[in-house]
Design a protein around this ligand. Structure first.
Ligand SMILES: *Cc1c(COP(=O)(O)O)cnc(C)c1O
Length: 341
């Protein structure tokens, strides 16, 4: 079975061996305040800085999911309210959660701008040039959800103060671990706000990660697997080149199929190339056609990503994540070619 689901997604095959190691070597049973465990945390943070090219003065902490990260931004980093320009289901969901904590008031009073860099629901992305414009035009903190792009493409970390991710997308790992990356300016604001009301208040998180610990028992297996996968993956510049090349190939492939098929019954959901995601490709068609192609793929051992939110029945999605290999991509392209593309 091969999967192109954009999360949870294909895990690196080596994860099976790493998980076995973690059990056999007793890593999963280590106390999370023991030296052995803290060493793993320290090394994982070092590797994140190195492999993803995260600036030395940006802090990294472990959280349980990206959704938790949204809540931390609202609780610990927002004074008045937050702005959420969005184009899809994840951006909308983030806005709804955030505004339950810090309700929308006068937009001019907003002190945090929340942006989903890669909108997994419809395969769009906010490019770094656009983020740079936001950075230039907004004086408050900028928080970015990069859940389905971090580890796949190069991000300009300095363009935001908070970056949120989960490991089950571009990092090729099982779900249940999130990353919160925050700038010195974000930390300074957290200190001014001084939220210490919740178990996951940013200041508690920060105090603990400073000792390579977490305020609750963390997903130790997830952290260990992340460390092992980071040891294995190339630097982000290299991954970025590969993913962008594959994205270009996918878009060309689908666009030429769309031109060739008389009925043009399957086409790219996102018409504007500038908005297209590098890591999630959405293909649109009638509900019948989409259901039929997903079923035919499944019968051949290929899982396509379902549509999401407003596009649930009229699209399928193809993850373009680094753990997916060339052979699998070829299998899917061959399948599509023999199924009316
Ligand atoms: C998957 C996803 C999330 C949710 O991640 P969790 O780990 O389930 O909290 C949030 N935002 C985007 C853009 C996603 O793709």
């Amino acid at each position: 079975m091969i999967t192109f689901y954009p999360g949870p997604s294909k895990v690196y095959p080596q994860v099976a061996q790493y998980a076995q190691e973690a059990v056999q070597q007793g890593i999963v049973s280590l106390n999370h305040r023991s030296r052995g465990f803290m060493d793993i945390v320290q090394e994982t943070l070092r590797l994140l800085h190195e492999k993803l090219d995260i600036p030395a003065d940006y802090h990294i902490a472990f959280i349980s999911s990206a959704t938790e990260g949204w809540e931390i931004v609202a609780q610990s980093l927002t004074v008045a309210t937050s702005l959420h320009p969005h184009s899809g289901a994840f951006g909308k969901k983030w806005m709804e959660y955030a505004h339950r904590i810090k309700p929308m008031i006068e937009p001019g009073l907003a002190d945090v701008l929340c942006v989903v860099q890669n909108e997994t629901s419809n395969g769009t992305q906010v490019r770094m040039e656009t983020l740079a414009e936001f950075r230039h035009g907004f004086t408050g903190l900028i928080a970015v959800d990069a859940v389905s792009s971090m580890g796949g493409i190069r991000l300009d970390w300095t363009l935001a103060d908070v970056w949120i991710a989960s490991v089950q997308k571009c990092l090729g790992l099982p779900a249940g671990l999130g990353l919160l990356i925050y700038s010195p300016a974000a930390l300074k604001k957290a200190e001014i706000i001084s939220d210490r009301q919740y178990y996951n208040s940013l200041l508690f998180i920060h105090e603990n990660i400073g000792k390579f610990q977490t305020q609750y028992t963390p997903n130790g297996l997830g952290i260990y697997l992340l460390m092992r996968v980071l040891q294995q993956v190339p630097p982000i510049e290299e991954v970025d080149r590969l993913i962008k090349q594959r994205a270009e190939d996918w878009y060309t492939f689908i666009a030429s199929g769309q031109a060739a098929s008389a009925e043009q019954d399957l086409h790219l959901l996102i018409q504007n190339p500038a908005l297209r995601s590098d890591t999630v490709i959405a293909v649109e068609g009638s509900a019948e056609r989409i259901a039929a192609i997903k079923a035919a793929a499944l019968a051949q051992g290929i899982t396509l990503g379902n549509g999401y939110g407003d596009w649930k029945n009229t699209t399928f999605r193809i993850a373009n994540f680094p753990a997916i290999d060339e052979e699998e991509i070829k299998t899917l392209k061959d399948f599509l070619l023999t199924n009316g593309f």
